[in-house]
Design a protein around this ligand. Structure first.
Ligand code: PLP
Length: 476
């Protein structure tokens, strides 16, 4: 093996191994190709003529020529006749990112995908309340129908029967008057948010984001290159006045007006009107993330913000992730009537509704009244689990304050406690409280833990609470 120097602008050398199974032309091709892709040979850099390089490397001219020809075919280098051979200035393919051992997405936010929900875990419905037998029956029937149905493309906006059911449900439960033509079925809330960003060309624009707010929304907007104005939330929800001061000319506001995520407060009526007026004045858009729909444990859920929207500025997004199962990956968006065909086109080209069978099964689930019954049952079960949890916490000696927040109990911890660390330690015991700081951009006034009530077991609750309180106590 020897290391002749290849004269280029860069410090770059080709190492040939005459005993290697890869022929010499292949080794030269690989070495130069890699150097171009990794940027060690800069765009426009001059390469030695194949005659010179052959002499330098001590190989036949035809060997280098074969390597160069392959690189020219791959458009990595360009032959400019008598002027010489150069590294391409355009379109050098980017090197693939290095493969790391763990490529799980969002590792900082989600500890594990596709596992049975843990005690206190946020954002997942109760494992034991899911109507598995009924759902299997409906899915089997839908699968049979789909298998014997047309092989053509389905409506990219989603199954018309499901869109009809969603429109009817929204009128009844959320006060939203819309036609099925305004409803598009999406891959959950995330799929709908993507559709909004693409359809309204919001990439790079400015958005209001609740602080604290749903970390995945924040990440999604950042991935779309959007600038974020982090707007504080108080006991009346998003502080609209502060938002108007911080970023009056934003193009978008993403809000959770029903039950603010994670604090659980409803957006106050005066703030709702102020928000709608601002959007109408500014021609801005409001994404209403109605992730819990009517799944509210205290009183009756207020109508959706979209119900008040006479100016057509609200994009109402719903999801079946909390009310049925996140495994369905089904949600929907309701768009103003004037934008229905535009959104339909964008959905058709960029994110059509997903597989037919689960949509058909869900439409039947709703049509037969199971959805409303299931929601009622979840409310009953969750309310009872909430009572058990608050009772358990109230009998424990602790200096943390427990308050209800949506479908969770929020434990406000004494200042100085590291909620992220406590949450990490708790995982070892099968407990998954959510650290409040993960929802904040500006440091929270006080650290806290969110304890979702959906997957607590009344049988093990006392022991689980004791364990968690001990971990809080021990934490610095
Ligand atoms: C605030 C908020 N919005 C939306 C969602 C649901 O998103 P998806 O429908 O993509 O599952 C969640 C789930 O945790 C959430 O907490």
């Amino acid at each position: 093996m020897y290391h002749p120097r290849m004269k280029t602008e860069d410090d770059f050398r080709i190492t040939l191994d005459r005993d290697a199974p890869l022929p010499l032309a292949g080794q030269i091709h690989r070495a130069i190709g890699l150097a171009v892709r990794e940027g060690r040979l800069a765009p426009g850099a001059r390469l030695p003529s194949w005659r010179d390089l052959a002499a330098q490397l001590g190989v036949a001219r035809g060997t280098v020529r074969a390597a160069y020809e392959r690189l020219i075919d791959e458009q990595l280098i360009v032959a400019a006749g008598a002027a010489g051979t150069f590294v391409s200035r355009h379109g050098v393919p980017v090197a693939p990112p290095p493969i790391t051992a763990d490529t799980t997405p969002l590792r900082d936010l989600i500890h594990q995908f596709a596992t049975v929900p843990m005690v206190f875990q946020m954002g997942v419905p109760a494992q034991d309340v899911f109507p598995a037998a009924l759902w299997s029956r409906l899915m089997a029937k839908a699968a049979r129908e789909t298998a014997s149905g047309p092989v053509g493309y389905p409506d990219p906006r989603g199954d018309p029967r499901l869109r009809e059911q969603i429109a009817a449900y929204l009128a009844l439960a959320r006060g939203v008057a819309c036609t099925p033509a305004q409803v598009l079925v999406t891959a959950g809330y995330a799929g709908a948010l993507n559709l909004v960003i693409r359809a309204l060309r919001l990439e790079g624009r400015l958005a209001w984001m609740e602080d604290p707010g749903f970390p995945l929304t924040r990440k999604a907007l950042e991935l779309a290159g959007m600038q974020l104005a982090h707007v504080p939330v108080d006991a009346q929800g998003l502080d609209v006045e502060t938002a108007m001061r911080l970023a009056p000319d934003a193009a978008l506001a993403v809000v959770t007006p029903g039950q603010q995520a994670p604090l659980g407060v409803a957006l106050a009526p005066a703030r709702r009107s102020a928000l709608l007026q601002w959007a109408t004045r500014q021609d801005a858009w409001i994404v209403e993330d109605d992730y819990l729909s009517e799944l509210q444990l205290k009183g009756r859920a207020a109508p959706a913000l979209a119900a008040l929207d006479s100016g057509g500025r609200v994009l109402h997004i719903g999801t079946f992730s909390k009310t049925v199962s996140p495994a369905l990956r089904l949600g929907f968006i309701v768009v103003p009537a004037a934008y229905a065909s535009h959104f339909a086109e964008v959905a058709a080209c960029l994110s059509p509704a997903s597989a037919a069978a689960p949509q058909a099964a869900l439409a039947e689930f709703m049509r037969q009244g199971h959805y409303l019954r299931h929601l009622r049952r979840m409310k009953r079960v969750y309310a009872s689990r909430r009572d058990a949890l608050t009772a358990c916490l109230s009998t424990s000696p602790m200096d943390s304050i427990a308050t209800m927040a949506g479908l969770a109990v929020r434990l406000t911890l004494p200042a100085g406690k590291d909620d992220v660390l406590i949450a990490q330690r708790a995982l070892e015991y099968g407990l998954a409280p959510g650290p409040l700081s993960a929802w904040h951009v500006d440091t929270p006034p006080q650290p806290g833990l969110m304890l979702a009530v959906s997957n607590v077991s009344e049988r093990t609750l006392a022991a689980d609470c004791q364990r968690l309180l001990r971990l809080i106590d021990e934490a610095g």
